[in-house]
Every structure is written in structure tokens, then in C-alpha cells.
Design a protein around this ligand. Structure first.
Ligand SMILES: *Cc1c(COP(=O)(O)O)cnc(C)c1O
Length: 429
């Protein structure tokens, strides 16, 4: 790579690139100096100027055990020396097989027992939807073709996944170009719909992430499971964000001891190293695709079962044992909760400080407790100021998200709250 100054990298970026979820004018503005991330280690990132940042949103909710982890690095390197990629259409490979066994082993016997690989969260969700629709076609109930999702849902951005989304800013513009989805606000509304036409219902269990870290009421997963059992509707859990320890357990659905018919995994699956998606389902669903006639599931991607991604995921899963990731997370969750309570107590600009496991958030309000007008982009401004205190995160509107890598040391949490208090102290929107 050529040596360039930070300014030169930024200018070159503005010429050649288009960034996700990013207003183009603000990005390309002469006064905007893009942060060029150079390296990572543990819960920290460094920019090309040598400034250190706490990765307070786990690089958009992906990183689990930290950046540049020697064990994951070694696993990827080892795999790289052998095989980077080979097609999963008609052949198989060792890391993909081992990872599938390991994933299935995370769920109770005779529940989720089959793994279908894809590339990311969006494709993992679409895979579950297509499987559920074809399942009913193959089972003699083609009228079961509707998909039910929840208001405020976020399941990804490909056209199929965004059809299921319920966030106006992201999804309204494309709503009529997707497929029809029935949206409900709460579980009680399910009683009003004709369930016999429904193939599947999809939910982000415990927390709607992109909606602004909205928590569902306790007991909802069990209620939804019961409704599905009563009506025959297949249950899809989107654990793309909540999976792999974020909520304090490996999967969010464990909090209510509920197992869905499909689970979609991505983001943290590889420890936050490489793109990989997985859709797990039951023998019952898989078995419907056996037998005479053309029952094949015509779905897949060029990089399904990618050996590097699978090796990374295997290493990440194996780390939970020796690193005692989840037991060591318990006091950090307490510290996060305590820090959030203190922010709300000390600043008139903080409301709804909340956490579910190691996922934390609070909302910014004006001096009288009222939300700011959306167009002021106060949340984005606030996060920009946080950077000055060495903290990197990204808001959802005026919701400030605190979702750190699970490996984050206790001292870094003290740093985090120190930086937040300082930023709130000088905050004058
Ligand atoms: C991020 C996310 C997705 C989409 O995953 P991508 O890998 O970005 O396609 C889907 N569902 C949830 C809950 C997410 O947070």
C-alpha cells in the first residue's frame, strides 16, 4: 500500500467511495475529516494519527473477543495456508462441518439440528423466510405464505430483508418494491390475524436493535412460542445482533428457554472478523425437503461455507471456554448498569438509561426532557464529541448505543463513563 497522509487517505476516500447509512454531503464536506482506522487490539482501535479509541459499539455490533486476537488470528492463518475457499455447491469442507456440529451443539437435542450457511444477517434471514415458505408448499399447505414481522423490526437491507423491516426511515422508500409482509405492534395483535395463511413470524428476541435498543416485555418469547405451537406458524428468531453473549447468555432466547424453528446468526458469529451467516433449523423442516419430485431448496451464495469464515467462527466459539467470557462478563454488566444509572442521575440530558446484559443505551433529550427535532442530528453530534474523549460509537437517532466487545476490561468501562460524563458536562445542543 502506498504511504499517504491521513488527509490524502480522506480525500481519496471522498473521491472513490460511497459509505453505508451515511449522508453523502456531510461525508464529502471539506470540513469533514474521515476517521481512518488503522489497527485494532482488544477493545481498542487506533486511527492513522495514532489516536486510540474504545470500540464502544463493537464495530457495528460484530466484535466479541476483541480485535487482533492471537487465537482467532492464528486460526485464520492456519486455514489460509490450506484453503481459502472452495464451493459449497456439491462439495464440502472441514471447518464448515466442524462449525455446523458446534452450532447445533449449542441448542437442546432434537431442536435446531441443521445449518445452512450464507454471507451475512440479511441473507441468513431471507434464507429462513424462503425455507419456511417452501416448507409449507412441500407439506401440502401452499396457502401458508404470509410472513409476520413487528413494527420497528430490522432484519437487514437486501430487498427481501428490508421488506420485513418496520423502520420508516430505512424501509418506507422501498416498501412497495418488496413482498407484502403483515406487521403487528405487539403480540396481542396476533390473535386478530388469520394464522392459517401464515408461514412464519419473525422477531428479534428481547431487543429491537436498529429501532433504538427497544426492549420487549419479559415473557414475550414464551408467549410467541405458545402462539406458534397453537397455530402451526413457524417461529424465526433473528439473533444476528443478540447472539454470542451480548445479552449475558450465548443466545437471547435462552433467557426464556425458548427454541425457535429457525434462528438467523451473523455479526458476532466469526467473532467480528469475517462476514458469515448461518440459518439453523429443525429436522422437521429439513425432512420436508427429502423425497420424490423436485424438492430442492434452490438458494445459495458463491461464498457459502467459506472455510476462512468458518475457521474464524470456530476459534471464536472455542474461546468462550478458556476465556470464561460469560462468567467474567457478569461484573461488567453490573458496572454498565451502574454507570448508566449514574448518567441518568447526573445529567438532565439523559433519559431511559437501560441495559439488557452487555447491551446498553440511553436517549438524549433537551433541558426540559423533550426529544430534539430529528433533523438536528443531536445524537450524531454527541458521538462526534465523544471521539474527542477516545470513545467510538454510533447512535440510532438520539439513542446512544453502548455495546462493547465482551472482552472489554473493567478499567475501560471506567474510561467510558468518564468520557460520557465529560461530554454530557460540556454538551450544549
Ligand atoms: C445487522 C442486523 C441484520 C442484518 O445483518 P447484515 O449482516 O448487516 O446483513 C439483521 N438483523 C439484525 C437484528 C441486525 O442487527
Amino acid at each position: 500500500m502506498t504511504e499517504r497522509s491521513t488527509k490524502e487517505w480522506g480525500d481519496a476516500d471522498k473521491h472513490a467511495l460511497w459509505h453505508p447509512f451515511t449522508p453523502v454531503d456531510a461525508w464529502c464536506d471539506d470540513r469533514h475529516d474521515p476517521l481512518v482506522i488503522d489497527r485494532g487490539d482488544g477493545a481498542f482501535l487506533w486511527d492513522t494519527e495514532g489516536n486510540r479509541y474504545l470500540d464502544a459499539n463493537s464495530s457495528i455490533w460484530t466484535n466479541i473477543h476483541g480485535h487482533n486476537h492471537p487465537v482467532i488470528n492464528a486460526a485464520i492463518r492456519k486455514q489460509l495456508e490450506v484453503l481459502a475457499h472452495a464451493s459449497f455447491l456439491g462439495t464440502t469442507n472441514k471447518p464448515a462441518i466442524e462449525l455446523a456440529e458446534k452450532l447445533v451443539g449449542l441448542f437442546p437435542d432434537d431442536t435446531l439440528s441443521r445449518v445452512f450457511y450464507s454471507d451475512d444477517g440479511s441473507t441468513a434471514i431471507e434464507c429462513a423466510v424462503k425455507m419456511s415458505i417452501q416448507f409449507w408448499q412441500l407439506s401440502g399447505s401452499p396457502e401458508r405464505c404470509e410472513v409476520v414481522t413487528f413494527d420497528g423490526a430490522y432484519h437487514g437491507d437486501t430487498l427481501g430483508a428490508s421488506s420485513m423491516g418496520g423502520i420508516a426511515t430505512f424501509h418506507d422508500r422501498f416498501a412497495k418494491f418488496g413482498y407484502p409482509v403483515r406487521r403487528v405492534t405487539e403480540i396481542a395483535e396476533l390473535e386478530l390475524i388469520a394464522a392459517e395463511n401464515v408461514a412464519a413470524v419473525c422477531l428479534e428476541p428481547l431487543i429491537q436493535g436498529a429501532a433504538g435498543m427497544r426492549f420487549w416485555p419479559e415473557g414475550m418469547l414464551r408467549e410467541l412460542r405458545a402462539w406458534c405451537d397453537r397455530t402451526g406458524v413457524l417461529l424465526i428468531f433473528d439473533e444476528v445482533m443478540t447472539g454470542f453473549g451480548r445479552t449475558g447468555k450465548v443466545f437471547a432466547c435462552e433467557h426464556e428457554e425458548v427454541v425457535p424453528d429457525f434462528i438467523a446468526l451473523a455479526k458476532g458469529l466469526t467473532g467480528g472478523y469475517l462476514p458469515l451467516g448461518a440459518t439453523l433449523t429443525t429436522d422437521r423442516v429439513f425432512d420436508a425437503f427429502r423425497g420424490d419430485g423436485d424438492r430442492t431448496f434452490y438458494y445459495g451464495h458463491s461464498y457459502c461455507g467459506n472455510p476462512l469464515g468458518c475457521a474464524s467462527a470456530l476459534a471464536s466459539l472455542e474461546l468462550f471456554g478458556p476465556e470464561r467470557t460469560l462468567s467474567r462478563l457478569v461484573p461488567k454488566i453490573d458496572r454498565l448498569a451502574e454507570g448508566l444509572r449514574a448518567l441518568e442521575a447526573e445529567s438532565p440530558h439523559v433519559v431511559h438509561a437501560r441495559n439488557r446484559g452487555f447491551i446498553g443505551a440511553f436517549d438524549l433529550v433537551d433541558g426540559r426532557g423533550k426529544p430534539f427535532p430529528r433533523h438536528q442530528r443531536v445524537g450524531a453530534d454527541f458521538c462526534q464529541q465523544l471521539r474527542g474523549h477516545g470513545i467510538l460509537t454510533r447512535p440510532v437517532n438520539d439513542t446512544i448505543v453502548l455495546m462493547l466487545p465482551l472482552c472489554t476490561p473493567m478499567e475501560a468501562l471506567d474510561e467510558l463513563f468518564g468520557g460520557l460524563l465529560a461530554t454530557l458536562g460540556s454538551f450544549s445542543p
